[in-house]
Design a protein around this ligand. Structure first.
Ligand code: GCW
Length: 711
């Protein structure tokens, strides 16, 4: 009946004048504090879901009203102090929460408690989720806390945007780029730009808070130095203020060589001063970080893409990744900031097989004996940020061999939510099953004596329990844009949603996540829920089948990373589809077994043996590790060639089934979204068929065998 949040106004945390940041005619009110935000969510959510106005109240009066929802911390709320034992609450940690149904005499009410305001906010969203998904909201005694502490997004504001309202409808670099946040470049009018806060920033903040995202790196990893200028820092601060009540902190991507940029004169460094051990280098970053921290007190730190794809890095100045990361980390450690150093590097001089290169560069630094008798050179405030697989966000990859191998270094798992290689804004592809597969893959990691660790799934490595890492992080490359629905394709929202849920608890079942999302997004109708969940759950495997079945890697057109181009030969061997498929008269696939590049040796022994043997490698990863003869018998009873063709056809057939499923739901979905998804599914099927036909006919030139499509 009532939402009761005591002391919601006590933590005013804004720093800039309010009017400067409000969009003209903005409907949203900027929150001052997290508890206010929580109150607002409950009032709005309960009123909407129950279809009547639910009032809010600040103090308990003499008794909590019957039916009320009370929210707070022990610090903010008398009710929480009285009813929630300190010890029980302490156990859920910083971001966790308790939800309790309480009866007092004839009155029954619900208490949502966190140790922090943000924890309480997460509890509010969890409570609303229960209501929205038609789960019981009485008799509750729930305790939840996240397994991973830093649950971040990386937002590439200029690249891989598929959710923009720009002219082409695709996002990208033409005209207004479809980015979520608008920065004003020097001299540009601020009328529609930061520091003005647009409604959609708050809509995004609320969406991210609802799934527990704690931080966002707001610019592309191929960073533009403008983000380090005072003009931008002021805008970043306004954005940080707007996101802060929702528990979301800001980070920035930087270019490693930023200190040499003349725009920072007279503070510009010479190449000699760019040695990461040079006091001038460290002083530069510490000064810059202080400047940012003054404007953004809870600034997270820097994300760095160094010596990767043409980006500058320590190697340009004669140092390695350990030196570079540590140089920056030393500079910012006294400020409590972190460095997220990406491991997406593939210098061709390191090894012929691109997939081996990252571990060859980072592994030895992790293993290096230190003067104090420990191992591993990376400092404690460095996270190595590693993609799930060793190539590049392909729809299915083996796990990156670095998981479990970097026991002396903090490691963050990086997943791509934006659908660069998984259908962009056209194809419906629910990615949670892929992430679940990654997170639940057994690394077979061993300890120093070669004994198998007890907890050794990728998820255990990432959540720190495998190798006792105190600091943990997971990063999603975001799929946000300025589209009304934030993500472009309506079903792409499910990926953002799932990322947040899996970042919070990687042990969740992706089908359960899909079900929650469907209920909250499309409705609770029985047939609708089961049909959509089933459709979504098969969509990723179908995409793998019609794009890159059985582990054939990276067959994408270089111009857009959307369509097929198996015959493409590019200037760089390691960008060329032909390098990945190795098609010839004997078969298809890249030999990374001991007879080939021996990537398999980078895995722990059990996996190395499994992947290295064509008889034991999982079928789905076959061509990642082996050059497979066209006539090799497969578990299905078909020969490899027939199986390959079968997969392509089955994948496209599934898309046809998705279209029929969707059509059958017309009466249960609102007309606009029904039509929008329907139109995309039609394109999806045509494009999937293009993948099938282009690839199968190209492979046939090598196999010389007949195309026998099977059901
Ligand atoms: O897959 C590639 C993308 C690039 C991206 C790079 C990376 C921003 O095509 O767009 O660069 O990965 O992860 O750094």
């Amino acid at each position: 009946s009532t939402v009761l949040v005591e002391n919601a106004d006590r933590n005013r945390c804004h720093r800039h004048t309010q009017d400067l940041r409000m969009a003209p005619g903005s409907a949203e009110r900027l929150m001052d504090s997290t508890l206010q935000a929580a109150r607002e969510e409950l009032v709005r959510g309960l009123s909407g879901l129950l279809d009547r106005r639910i009032p809010a109240q600040d103090g308990p009066g003499h008794a909590v009203p019957d039916g009320a929802v009370v929210l707070g911390t022990r610090e903010s709320s008398q009710v929480v102090r009285r009813l929630v034992p300190a010890g029980e609450l302490a156990r859920v940690g910083e971001d966790g929460f308790l939800i309790r149904s309480v009866s007092q005499g004839r009155r029954a009410f619900t208490v949502i408690a966190g140790n922090t305001d943000v924890g309480a906010l997460y509890g509010a969203f969890a409570f609303l989720r229960r209501l929205q998904t038609h789960r019981p909201i009485t008799g509750l005694s729930l305790a939840e806390s996240p397994r991973i502490a830093n649950r971040h997004l990386n937002y590439w504001d200029t690249e891989r945007l598929y959710a923009g309202n720009n002219a082409s409808g695709t996002g990208g670099l033409n005209g207004e780029n479809g980015a979520l946040f608008n920065f004003a470049a020097t001299g540009e009018s601020a009328a529609r730009n930061l520091p003005v806060i647009l409604d959609r920033y708050l809509v995004a903040a609320r969406a991210l808070a609802s799934v527990g995202i704690t931080g966002i790196t707001i610019n592309n990893v191929n960073a533009d130095n403008a983000y380090l200028t005072p003009e931008y820092i002021e805008q970043e601060a306004a954005l940080a203020d707007a996101l802060r009540p929702y528990g979301i902190r800001l980070a920035l991507s930087i270019r490693y060589a930023a200190p040499t940029d003349q725009r920072f004169a007279p503070d510009t460094l010479t190449d000699e001063q760019m040695a990461p051990v040079d006091p001038a280098f460290q002083e530069w970053w510490s000064r810059k970080a202080r400047q940012i921290q003054e404007a953004i007190p809870d600034f997270v730190g820097f994300t760095v893409k160094a010596n990767s794809e043409g980006q500058p890095g320590p190697q340009d100045f004669g140092y390695d990744h350990g030196d570079g990361a540590n140089g920056m980390a030393t500079a910012v450690a006294p400020l409590g900031l972190r460095i997220y150093w990406r491991t997406f590097v593939y210098n061709a001089d390191v090894d012929r097989d691109r997939l081996k290169r990252a571990y060859l560069e980072f592994g030895p630094i992790d293993d290096e004996p230190q003067p104090d008798g420990t191992r591993g050179r990376f400092l404690d405030n460095v996270f190595l940020q590693t993609k799930n697989g060793p190539l590049d966000y392909q729809a299915r990859e083996p796990i990156h061999p670095m998981f479990g191998r970097m026991e002396n270094t903090n490691q963050a798992l990086e997943l791509q939510i934006t659908q660069e290689y998984t259908g962009q804004n056209r194809m419906l592809c629910f990615l949670a099953p892929m992430w679940e597969e990654v997170l639940k893959t057994d690394t077979y990691a061993t300890d120093g004596d070669g004994r198998l660790l007890e907890r050794r799934l990728v998820g255990h490595i990432v959540d720190g329990t495998a190798q006792h890492h105190a600091d943990t992080a997971i990063v999603g490359v975001a799929n946000l844009g300025n589209a009304d629905n934030l993500t472009g394709h309506h079903f792409s929202q499910a990926n953002l949603y799932a990322f947040g849920r899996q970042a919070w608890d990687w042990t969740l079942d992706s089908a359960d996540i899909a079900e929650d999302w469907v209920r909250m997004t499309w409705g609770n109708g029985r047939g609708l829920v089961s049909a959509l969940v089933a459709m979504m759950m098969g969509s990723w495997e179908a995409l793998v089948s019609y794009q890159t079945p059985l582990g054939v890697a990276h067959q994408f057109r270089s111009s857009d990373h959307y369509g097929p181009a198996p015959s493409e030969v590019l200037a760089r061997e390691d960008w060329s589809p032909v390098y990945y498929n190795q098609a010839d008269a004997t078969g298809l696939g890249f030999d990374r077994s001991p007879t080939g590049s021996d990537l398999t040796a980078q895995y722990f022994p059990t996996l190395a043996a499994r992947y290295g043997d064509i008889d034991s490698v999982p079928e789905e990863l076959l061509m990642w590790f082996h050059h497979v003869p066209w006539d090799r018998p497969m578990p299905s009873g078909r020969i490899f060639w027939d199986e390959l063709v079968h997969r392509y056809y089955a994948g496209v057939r599934y898309v046809g089934e998705m279209r029929r499923t969707w059509d059958s739901l017309e009466s249960q979905v609102d007309a606009r979204r029904f039509a929008e998804v329907k139109a995309k599914l039609a394109l999806h099927e045509a494009d999937a068929a293009d993948w099938r036909d282009t690839c199968v006919s190209y492979w046939q030139q090598f196999s010389g065998r007949e195309i026998r499509a099977t059901d």
